[in-house]
Design a protein around this ligand. Sequence first.
Ligand SMILES: *[C@@H]1O[C@H](CO)[C@@H](O)[C@H](O)[C@H]1NC(C)=O
Ligand SMILES: *[C@@H]1O[C@H](CO)[C@@H](O)[C@H](O)[C@H]1NC(C)=O
Ligand SMILES: [Zn+2]
Length: 485
Amino acid sequence: MKNLIAILFLSLHLCSLLNFSIAGRSSIASGVSGFANPSVTLRSSRHLLAEDSKISLEEHLRNLEELSKGYMTNSDLENAIMAFNRRCSSISRVYSIGKSVEGVPLWVMEISDKPGKQEAEPAFKFIGNVHGDEPVGRELLMLLANWICDNYMKDPLATLIVDNVHLHILPSMNPDGFQKRRRVNANNIDLNRDFPDQFFPMNDDHGLRQPETKAIMSWMEGIHFTASASLHGGALVANYPWDGTEDKKKYYFACPDDETFRYIGSLYSHHHRNMSLSTEFPEGITNGAHWYPIYGGMQDWNYIHAGCFELTLEISDNKWPNATELPTLWEYNKMSMLHLVASVVKAGIHGKIFSSDHGKPLPASIAIKGINYTIKAGETFADYHRLLAPGNNYEVVATMPGYKSKSTHIILGEEAMTVDFILDPVIANADDGFLQKSWDNNFLPWWQSKLFIMILILTFLCILRRRLLNRSKHRQNAGLKRPQL
Ligand SMILES: *[C@@H]1O[C@H](CO)[C@@H](O)[C@H](O)[C@H]1NC(C)=O
Ligand SMILES: *[C@@H]1O[C@H](CO)[C@@H](O)[C@H](O)[C@H]1NC(C)=O
Ligand SMILES: [Zn+2]
């Protein structure tokens, strides 16, 4: 038994010698974020449903038909998506995430140098036309997809996005509402009120959920998005969580990542031609609940349940601007859209987590000290991508059941940082290499338990061999009359 313990000590000590850790590969001089100062003096309220009540409904519909001239119909949109895919087949793929109430496929374009393949890269999604009567987004998203396709290998942002991001674009989440020129879907449900809410249970029954909402929710089970944006109309502002308050009152209600969201919201508004010049919304951004609280929205759900940082972008005061204005609106939003997508590569922290004993990728959890929010690394490559406001110090903590947590301090500058982790199993202590009191832990990685059994067998064989040798020596000794000299 002494032998066994000695061998175990030796092998564990050898194991622990192999343990090491890296963290915080680069640290760029910190700069002060240009977009500080949260706005706390917003005064207006949203007036999205304000219609001119003086005109008759028929007249209103006729006006809408007039306004929708020059916009793609649903079948135009489908054709445009398929044409895009044919034209850019090497860097795109088209798939459907489900169907609307009236059976219209919800087509998504994925843009990447390896579309449809899993890579250790962040994913971003754009969703347009959540509200049927807000059609500018679906038009701009088609322009965006085509622009990236045309500028891949020519423009640095387009190239960066194709090479390093999986960009998924759903131009229309609500084709039925669009067809009817109205906000709600074919079942009269506002899709941006149909998600599970963090405070109120009204949407908790999955069976009652709209097919469009269900499609989005199951889409996000399959793909882990780092960030996203949905496109709306009726105002000009980048809206960020929280959208709802616990008591239904209207006030600034900050989510744990308030600073991160103000950073990415400002990234959008400042790259936009004139969003940041808003007199209504300082910096062109707003906390949703401060503007007006909503419940069952898609944005908060993304952040809470999907580890995805979503903005709600109001991209034009007029919901149905004349179609001749669409190229201008595209120019106004183009750099914002590109920079927002690129931010999942160019900002925040990124890395992978491995186990120290066999190098296996560990889908660990990553948290930032002081921010009550956790993201999970990918299952396959254990890569994580976490947006954070630049110009701050952070303590990054990696946690994985069965492993010792590790944390590292970083100074995040204007550029993204790589922060990798190598975690040690709880059984070995990386610091001094001595056996911990870990036999109490009933956790043993599979290979260690195998090793244990092997050592046990080897030890048994050793003992057996020695005994046999001893016995035969004895016999030999007994057979000799006198010792050989
Ligand atoms: C931005 O430009 C558009 C189009 O010129 C204009 O309608 C809108 O009022 C401007 N908004 C701000 C905040 O300057
Ligand atoms: C952290 O957030 C969770 C919800 O995600 C909440 O239940 C918990 O109370 C929060 N903890 C602190 C310390 O605020
Ligand atoms: Zn909307």
